[in-house]
Design a protein around this ligand. Structure first.
Ligand SMILES: Cc1cc2nc3c(=O)[nH]c(=O)nc-3n(C[C@H](O)[C@H](O)[C@H](O)COP(=O)(O)OP(=O)(O)OC[C@H]3O[C@@H](n4cnc5c(N)ncnc54)[C@H](O)[C@@H]3O)c2cc1C
Length: 414
């Protein structure tokens, strides 16, 4: 290993591997470090169609097409009363191949991107943890690595990209991470074989199902080998309060979701239950002199619309472009490395807003669409992940007043 790099990328998830591939391909010396052994398990299997463009740029589309990953052509919602929405088929909105995507086993998907970064010229090391980032005043100047045998290696870098996911190494060290008080959620999930899927083009759909009292919702994500990822998400206070073990809480919530119980009639649980907490947060600052944040280390909204991997790929790509330009010009200031951030935040606020709508008890998106069928196409666009263009948030011109009215009606009735 050298003792100086142009760029060190911390974290070998989708965000880090994308950033490392793009910087390395431009000819700059790039080190990508991952603390775990690759391939490693990760939650978050459902992709958004807009991942297409970054996957294309990375040169991995053909590998995706010939993979065992499940094609995902639609998203569907089931209401608290068990009523199924029409599937939102992406191709009804856009017939091009970029409107379809995949449900992926993250261990395989992330390993493919990690290997791709190496093919593009990055030096990739797994089982190597970054213990700390060194600063000279406000400027990041290097990192200290720890290998599996415990040995430590300080090294210098002109730029550091933090892609450490929920670990959020730099944001935690600088105290710039802030939890979203409205989204204090947690998730409990497991994997089932033989869960009932729909036939035909909806067979690979992500299905989002509300429980009877809308206190929680389940995701249903069909993977390969007839395995389905099924998880419940709800307020931490609600799911944790006097409720026993995760498996018990999960089954109690499942009993409140007959539509899902029906799909699991002939299914077998093939994993332990896993738990994730404290996953929605943002950061007050996303770049500094010599450093920039991408993916979950930048911030994370909520898993309901499966936007996490897409935003990790996209931010990884945008940050890497800014890093390459900065290295070429000899400008690795906060402004240069974060030049893409305002436009990125502008687009992601639509996903944030759609999350708020889903969690507002008094409102039914299905009911809204029946009154405003003209917005179905705009909503499909958001579910595809097309949030970075003018007019992406058109639906909210009518949706927010309707939501406000529903809130006032509820207050008046109390
Ligand atoms: C319950 C739940 C369900 C989700 N469902 C979906 C979904 O269906 N679809 C979707 O798109 N997204 C989903 N997500 C979000 C998705 O998992 C993340 O957004 C995505 O993994 C972010 O990618 P990343 O590269 O930023 O971080 P990660 O994929 O988390 O990668 C970060 C990597 O950094 C490594 N690392 C951390 N610290 C260090 C260190 N100090 N040194 C070296 N390496 C380090 C970690 O080991 C890890 O491999 C879900 C999230 C949750 C919590």
């Amino acid at each position: 290993m050298r003792d100086h790099y142009d760029c060190v990328v911390i974290g070998g998830g989708p965000g880090g591997s994308t950033a490392a591939a793009v910087v390395a391909e431009s000819g700059f010396s790039t080190l990508l470090v991952e603390r775990e052994q690759m391939p490693r398990f990760h939650v978050g299997e459902s992709l958004m169609p807009e991942t297409y463009w970054t996957l294309k740029r990375l040169g991995v589309l053909e590998r995706m097409k010939s993979s065992r990953f499940t094609p995902k052509m639609s998203v569907q919602f089931v209401s608290s009363s068990g009523k199924e929405s029409q599937p939102f088929f992406f191709r009804d909105h856009d017939p091009r191949e970029c409107a379809e995507t995949w449900q992926v086993e993250r261990a395989d998907f992330d390993k493919m991107l990690f290997d791709n970064a190496a093919e593009k010229g990055a030096e990739c090391r797994d089982r190597t943890r970054v213990l700390s980032v060194q600063f000279d005043g406000d400027r990041a100047t290097g990192v200290t690595l720890q290998s599996e045998d415990g040995s430590r290696h300080p090294l210098a870098s002109r730029v550091i990209i933090d892609a450490t996911g929920q670990q959020a190494l730099i944001a935690n060290a600088l105290g710039i991470r802030r939890e979203d008080p409205h989204l204090r959620k947690m998730a409990i999930w497991g994997y089932y074989r033989n869960a009932r899927r729909d036939a035909g083009d909806n067979s690979g759909a992500t299905i989002i199902m509300h429980t009877r009292d809308k206190q929680s919702w389940f995701w249903f994500i069909p993977l390969s080998d007839n395995v389905t990822s099924i998880g419940v998400v709800g307020d931490r206070d609600y799911l944790l309060k006097d409720r026993g073990r995760p498996a018990d809480i999960y089954h109690e919530e499942l009993a409140l979701c007959p539509a899902l119980e029906e799909r699991l009639k002939d299914a077998q649980l093939v994993s332990d239950f896993r738990v994730a907490k404290e996953f929605s947060y943002s950061t007050r600052q996303q770049s500094g002199d010599g450093w920039v944040l991408v993916g979950d280390a930048f911030g994370f909204i909520d898993p309901i619309y499966s936007s996490g991997v897409y935003l990790a790929l996209r931010s990884g790509e945008l940050a890497a472009d800014a890093v390459v330009e900065g290295l070429q010009r000899g400008d690795v200031s906060a402004e240069q490395l974060g030049s893409w951030v305002p436009a990125f935040q502008d687009g992601t606020r639509w996903i944030r807003q759609l999350v708020d709508v889903y969690y507002s008890d008094e409102f039914s998106l299905g009911g809204f669409l029946r009154h405003h069928p003209e917005h179905r196409s705009n909503l499909t666009d958001l579910l595809i992940g097309r949030v970075f263009h003018d007019g992406a948030g058109r639906i909210f011109d009518d949706l927010m007043p309707a939501l406000e009215q529903a809130r006032q009606t509820k207050v008046a009735a109390q």
